[in-house]
Design a protein. Structure first.
Length: 631
């Protein structure tokens, strides 16, 4: 796992920015703490930070050149089928100097060009420079597991694993207000735009090519949406899923450094750990617990799984003070506002796991593929309404009056019922957008200053939103919902969270569920294999029931929550009231409306906070980011 950055100058003005490539590369040190190296000529620069995983020898360092000196690669990721590709290339007469997957990728590209992408099984963001034709090729993996951002103007193209690396080249900084409007609703930034105007994200399954001075961005992969006609019965489908997932886990056990597995106590990570333990007898598993928050603590389930599958298990038991102590480090690392608060727990889990391992497996991706979220159950009920659903809708005014909060079971139920009844009033597209976030568009707009509202390009915002929601298709089947999640929630929330927080601690996280062979098979399955009125992740639960403790099944999903509300009302009260959301700062900054922010603060300290803590956390993250880059 590594960090990459590069510059392609179209003229001497662009070449002037070459002086910053060492600085831009250095900003990626946590992604690659082992080695830094740079190549640059008068028009092209490539920087690489290495976290050594496969072939840790110096010969495998990057930038890596082929023997002819024509092609140069910088690569972030892992290619799990590199050994079979290597053998095939050797049969074609290709020779190798290292045992690394980097060299295999380089030689495969030399042999097949952009068509090499279809042969890769793994996760990656890489760039290859052809010195002879003065061309550049940049590509990102199928599902966006690894990030890649870029900036393009008439003078240059810049790309990097993180925004802070791009900004090190000296870009002009301007807030993208359309993206800020979206962020305040979702708590993360989705799509090809970023919070910094002009900085773009290379979308999952896309590549960027520069030939003869022309920049071209194209799609090379999209998860097949049309269902394949499955002739097997349910038992056959379970068997096939088991085979594919076990094969995926096996591929992800290859490493020349210590490897472990996250184990939350949920079905997803438990399945991954159980399959890994079958092929790695000394597997070490890791989980995080909340000593002060028993409602969110699931470590007893993780310990039960570890005992059954026979792993060495470590629980990192934390109190609220432990969690709070990491806030500053997390806020300082985030270089684009990202306010999924469960990132705090992932950061600490990654930090503690890194003391024992360099690579960890995780269960990410399963919820989006198998319908594991509470919202999926809500969508299913909306698609198959009965008497109880109609009653919930009729009682909407009542739910509105009740106290709502994620902090305990009863108030969380009231919160969910209110969201469900509100969703019943909306069309499918707006319902999805609302349930994907925390605020609606009217609520989000109300918190902005008049200046921001006047500069916010509504047409551009609406186009961005339409682009994000295009995966829903014309119908509203559960497959449409899951497909939308795979293309929005997964890459921009879940995978971004894990990548950010693990890389902040120099830990590589591998995701077996997102092997494209697994994902494509799962999306060929009928909806009833995944969810019905009684169960979510049906086929996943049924397939692996025999190897996991029975107590894991059909229990409420808690998620990776942290006690934000308590912090905001106690330890962070001064930071909120006197600093980041202080009236004076809000007025001087002129992004948010001071009266609206006062109402948010009042609600935060009221008896009925609802989901306001998520809104406050989004504001805190943005304000911290804004002060770091704009003051």
């Amino acid at each position: 796992m590594c960090g990459i950055t590069g510059i392609f100058a179209f003229n001497m003005v662009g070449a002037f920015h070459m002086m910053n490539i060492a600085k831009a590369t250095e900003t990626l040190s946590s992604r690659g703490p082992d080695v830094q190296d740079i190549y640059n000529n008068d028009r092209v620069g490539l920087g690489h930070r290495r976290l050594s995983i496969i072939d840790v020898s110096a010969e495998a360092n990057q930038p890596m050149w082929d023997k002819s000196g024509r092609y140069c690669i910088i690569f972030n990721g892992e290619i799990y089928n590199y050994k079979s590709i290597r053998e095939s290339l050797i049969m074609d007469g290709v020779s190798f100097s290292t045992e690394s997957d980097t060299e295999v990728l380089l030689k495969l590209f030399i042999a097949k060009g952009k068509d090499c992408l279809n042969e890769l099984n793994g996760f990656f963001a890489f760039s290859i420079y052809d010195k002879q034709s003065h061309s550049l090729f940049v590509a990102r993996d199928r599902f966006g597991i690894k990030p890649l951002l870029y900036y393009h103007d008439e003078d240059k193209l810049l790309f990097a694993s993180e925004m802070k690396s791009l900004l090190a080249y000296g870009l002009e900084k301007k807030v993208n207000y359309e993206v800020l409007h979206q962020y305040m609703q979702l708590n993360y930034v989705a799509g090809d735009q970023s919070m910094m105007r002009g900085v773009c994200k290379l979308l999952p399954g896309h590549y960027l090519q520069i030939e003869e001075g022309k920049v071209d961005v194209k799609k090379w992969y999209e998860l097949p949406k049309n269902k394949i006609q499955i002739e097997e019965n349910y038992e056959d489908r379970k068997k096939r899923l088991s085979e594919l997932l076990e094969e995926s886990v096996q591929k992800r056990l290859v490493a020349d450094v210590p490897l472990g597995s996250f184990l939350s106590g949920g079905i997803d990570s438990s399945v991954v750990a159980a399959l890994a333990a079958k092929h790695k007898s000394d597997l070490h598993t890791f989980s995080i617990g909340f000593a002060d928050e028993p409602y969110f603590d699931e470590t007893r389930y993780a310990q039960s799984v570890a005992k059954k599958i026979g792993t060495e298990h470590t629980v990192f038991s934390l109190n609220n003070k432990d969690l709070y102590q990491h806030l500053e480090s997390i806020l300082n690392y985030i270089d684009e506002p990202f306010a999924d608060s469960s990132a705090i727990a992932v950061y600490i889990l990654s930090q503690e796991t890194r003391k024992h391992a360099t690579v960890a497996l995780s269960g990410d991706g399963a919820d989006e593929m198998f319908a594991g979220y509470n919202k999926h159950a809500a969508f299913y009920r909306m698609m198959h309404p009965g008497f109880s659903e109609k009653i919930v809708g009729v009682l909407n005014p009542f739910w509105k009056l009740l106290p709502k909060s994620r902090s305990n079971g009863i108030t969380n139920i009231f919160r969910q019922l209110h969201r469900f009844s509100n969703g019943m009033k909306q069309n499918p597209s707006e319902r999805y957008w609302q349930w994907a976030g925390f605020l609606n568009e009217k609520e989000s707009l109300s918190i902005f200053s008049d200046e921001v509202k006047s500069n916010l390009q509504e047409e551009q915002y609406n186009q961005n939103k339409a682009n994000l929601l295009r995966y829903l298709g014309g119908s509203t089947s559960m497959s449409d919902i899951l497909y939308q999640d795979m293309n929005m929630v997964l890459p921009y929330d879940m995978l971004t969270k894990v990548d950010l927080m693990s890389m902040a601690n120099s830990l590589e996280v591998r995701v077996p569920f997102l092997d494209h062979n697994v994902a494509e098979y799962v999306f060929s399955l009928p909806d009833e294999d995944k969810i019905n009125k009684n169960i979510r992740k049906r086929i996943l639960q049924d397939t692996f029931r025999d190897i996991l403790p029975e107590e894991l099944y059909n229990r409420p999903k808690k998620g990776f929550e942290v006690p934000l509300l308590k912090w905001f009302r106690n330890e962070m009260k001064g930071l909120i009231v006197d600093d980041l959301l202080a009236d004076r700062f809000i007025v001087e900054q002129n992004i948010f409306d001071v009266k609206a922010i006062r109402k948010i603060k009042k609600r935060l300290f009221s008896r009925n906070p609802g989901d306001v803590h998520a809104q406050v956390w989004a504001l805190i993250v943005f304000q911290s980011w804004w002060k770091r880059y704009f003051l």
